[in-house]
Design a binder for this molecule. Structure first.
Ligand code: ADP
Ligand code: MG
Length: 220
């Protein structure tokens, strides 16, 4: 599903150049659950953003879903991402001015799903994540654990093949963290490919494979 060869990412600002990823090789097969570990600033989010087609790499080769990404335009990357990649973030990243229902509806609006079909898909996923009774609430009216369940619902509503979770348990207590991990495990068993970033040792055993990143390098 993912082939990365000698991928480098440089961030250049007026004063400094940062090598966030340093010629890394990284492959992921469909159906895997991979955990990316490493200290703050080692390049984890950079890697996730590139794999999720939210950012571009500086050099090296990257292919995703069998397509070579290197020279795709932003529009082509957006098209490839839609409905195929779901994100979960540490800070939930819900839109405060939208209800739970409307937040979860967003990916389906991008995909131009029919309203009736949207309603069905949203009901189903809200039920699954045990948050349907809060459909008309706004994010600020929910606990952290509930907000993350909404974010997971938004991530999976369009049935993506690849789930990218960047420290999804970082802002949760251990009970809610475990709940999110259990949902991810379930989704993986249903065939979703999952890449998760964490620096929490608690969750290492959930993944089939752990990749260690340090200073932009993958440590064997
Ligand atoms: P992690 O997620 O592992 O904490 P990041 O991928 O966010 O690390 O960052 C890796 C390195 O790249 C850090 O040194 C960070 O300061 C730098 N970096 C990340 N994003 C940017 C950016 N948009 N502009 C400049 N430097 C960045
Ligand atoms: Mg990060």
């Amino acid at each position: 599903m993912i082939r990365i060869n000698k991928m480098t990412k440089l961030f250049t600002t007026d004063e400094v150049e940062t090598t966030a990823l340093n010629a890394i090789d990284f492959n992921v097969k469909a159906g895997e659950f991979v955990l990316v570990k490493g200290p703050s600033g080692c390049g984890k989010s950079t890697l996730m953003n590139i794999i999720g087609l939210m950012d571009t790499h500086s050099s090296g080769d990257f292919s995703l879903f069998g397509e070579i990404i290197n020279d795709l335009t932003e529009l082509e990357r957006t098209r490839l991402r839609r409905g195929k990649i779901g994100f979960i973030f540490q800070k939930f990243n819900l839109i405060d001015s939208l209800t739970v229902f409307e937040n979860v509806e967003l990916p389906l609006l991008y995909l131009k799903e029919h309203p009736k079909k949207r309603q069905e898909m949203i009901d189903q996923v809200l039920e699954r994540l045990d948050i349907k009774h809060r459909a008309k609430h706004y994010p600020a009216q929910l606990s952290g654990g509930q907000q993350q369940r909404v974010a997971v619902a938004r991530c999976v509503v369009a049935n993506p093949d690849l789930i990218l979770a960047d420290e999804p348990t970082g802002n949760l207590d251990s009970k809610n963290g475990k709940e999110v991990m259990d949902i991810l495990t379930e989704l993986n068993k249903e065939g979703k490919t999952i890449i998760m970033v964490s620096h929490d040792d608690q969750f290492v055993n959930y993944a089939q494979r752990v990749i260690h990143l340090f200073d932009g390098n993958i440590i064997p």
